[in-house]
Design a protein around this ligand. Structure first.
Ligand SMILES: [Zn+2]
Length: 195
């Protein structure tokens, strides 16, 4: 069954070890932030630092694993039809829009959509780690300057991941204008279970 995350919202759910998760960009140019927690002990969670360390690259794609803060494999990326994802930047938050975009008014954000959906698993806002930003196109200059460019994903592009432990997963359809080429679109996901 394909589930749809409406634009500027999120979802959270459990995956069993061995389940596969397909994250789809149905219209193209739409980022999805994903965070992971060990379903049996949520103090173990996705770690950007450990993943970049063990995979020895900042461009995480097919063939790589997503690692936890306890240096264990949480997911394996089996397929990635777009091939560009970001694991440097934190989920967009209310403060992102205040500090970077000079917007003092309420603005939906991945951070809010992650922690509100994760609250049913007793996961607090301070527990949300740096997200794996699927389809996000962050470029870096030789001097280290970062830029957030339009996603390169086309309609129907997807990432297929396999759970390496029982997981709690949260996913969003990102709410930051610049990350999504200034239009907000849905994200779809499918849980593929062998059982
Ligand atoms: Zn976002």
């Amino acid at each position: 069954m394909i589930n749809t995350i409406a634009k500027q919202t999120g979802a959270a759910f459990k995956l069993r070890k061995g389940d596969r998760l397909k994250v789809i960009d149905p219209q193209g140019e739409q980022v999805s932030d994903m965070v992971l927690f060990n379903a049996d002990d949520t103090r173990e969670k996705l770690s950007s630092g450990k993943t970049l360390d063990f995979e020895e690259t900042i461009l995480i794609t097919k063939g790589h694993h997503l690692w936890s803060n306890r240096s264990r494999k949480m997911m394996e990326i089996l397929e990635d039809t777009n091939g560009r994802n970001d694991f440097l930047l934190a989920p967009c938050s209310p403060e992102t829009f205040q500090i970077m975009y000079n917007n003092p008014d309420y603005h939906p954000s991945c951070f809010e959509n992650l922690y509100t959906n994760l609250s049913k698993f007793d996961i607090a806002p301070d527990d949300v780690p740096t997200a794996f930003n699927i389809f996000m196109n962050v470029q870096f200059a030789p001097d280290g300057t970062l830029s957030v460019d339009p996603p390169q994903s086309k309609a129907g592009d997807y990432v297929l991941l396999e759970a390496k432990m029982d997981l709690i997963v949260a996913l969003t359809a990102c709410s930051a204008e610049q990350s999504n080429n200034y239009t907000f679109k849905p994200i779809q996901y499918e849980i593929i279970s062998e059982r």
